[in-house]
Design a protein around this ligand. Structure first.
Ligand code: NAI
Ligand code: 15L
Length: 270
């Protein structure tokens, strides 16, 4: 069913990725036309869809990509720790190109897939909110800090609203012990993005993205105005995970830090 205040033309970047595929379906009722973009692997357009192959690092291509849209859901980019060069091109140059295009084309709102890795060096014993100083756990996390800061600037300077989603772990199921805290179900992801798109005033908001998990390291009171109420919980899979996935050693980053193994990834040879 169509959303009562659907966007006229909503752009989704990263549409070929794991979450992009989920959002391609989930965002359908939220826009009269969905413009889907990635640099690889796009399925042909279905009804009310447009498909645009575009590398986010290509400034003039991104200008064309953004022309005519009234909202952006930005999920494209490198999604794991990597060498600096690809992160620089996809996540840093890419997010700059996107905001410059949004400014030039008068786009009012962006939903930006940030990541829990902007605060990955906090311990799992700590509970933090969106006002806690960032403690990125790698170059990938640093690139997401850049996206968050850039979007803050584009709001303060140009009034473009952004909701930055510090997504935990959004996958079909709970794969390890850490995900008992970080899990965000696909259904809750779609609802979180819907809240970010349709809450009347968001200014510049940062929200953590996790389901209603018993163990959570994140206090989302600063984004309560989004009205996001998760329906799912990692706890449904707790018994299975505890029976089948060994508890990491006490000093294993997977058990110590919120960012888990990311804190020990790399460095990669350039
Ligand atoms: P993914 O790696 O499956 O998808 C990312 C997509 O971005 C890919 O299809 C890739 O081709 C595209 N992409 C990369 N560089 C590009 C470029 N230069 N130009 C155009 N497209 C480019 O990742 P996933 O899991 O779908 O994540 C989507 C977004 O959500 C990413 O930004 C990721 O950092 C973020 N995120 C995801 C989490 C998760 O649990 N899945 C957790 C936290 C953040
Ligand atoms: C992320 O930011 C990644 O994009 C995703 O693949 C997962 O690794 C997730 O964080 C996580 O922390 O589990």
């Amino acid at each position: 069913m169509a959303h009562d205040k659907a966007y006229a033309r909503l752009l989704l970047t990263g549409a070929s990725g794991g979450l992009g595929k989920v959002l391609r379906k989930g965002l359908k009722p939220m826009a009269r036309t969905l413009r889907l973009s990635d640099r690889v692997g796009l399925e042909p357009p279905e009804e009310n869809e447009e498909v645009v192959l575009c590398d986010l690092a290509d400034r003039s291509a991104v200008q064309n990509l953004v022309a005519g849209v009234d909202g952006i859901v930005h999920f494209g980019g490198i999604s794991l720790e990597d060498r600096f060069d690809p992160i620089l091109q996809s996540n840093i140059v890419g997010v700059f190109n996107l905001y410059e295009a949004a400014r030039k084309h008068g786009v009012a709102r962006v939903v930006f897939a940030s990541s829990n890795h902007v605060t990955g060096f906090y311990k799992q014993t700590e509970r933090i909110d969106a006002a806690a100083p960032v403690r990125p756990d790698g170059l990938y996390g640093i690139s997401k800090c850049f996206g968050e800061n850039l979007s803050r600037y584009y709001f303060d300077r140009y009034g473009i609203e952004t909701v930055c989603l510090r997504i935990g772990s959004s996958f079909p199921g709970v794969k390890d012990r850490r995900m008992l805290a970080t899990f965000l179900s696909y259904r809750d992801l779609v609802e979180l993005v819907r809240c970010a798109l349709f809450t009347p005033v968001v200014g510049h908001t940062i929200a953590y993205g996790n389901s209603n998990n018993r163990d959570s390291w994140w206090d989302n009171r600063l984004s309560a105005h989004l009205g996001f109420v998760p329906q799912d919980s990692a706890d449904d899979q707790r018994a299975h995970v505890e029976a089948n996935v060994p508890l990491p050693a006490e000093n294993d980053p997977a058990r110590v830090y919120q960012g888990g193994a990311f804190v020990a990834a790399g460095p990669f040879d350039e």
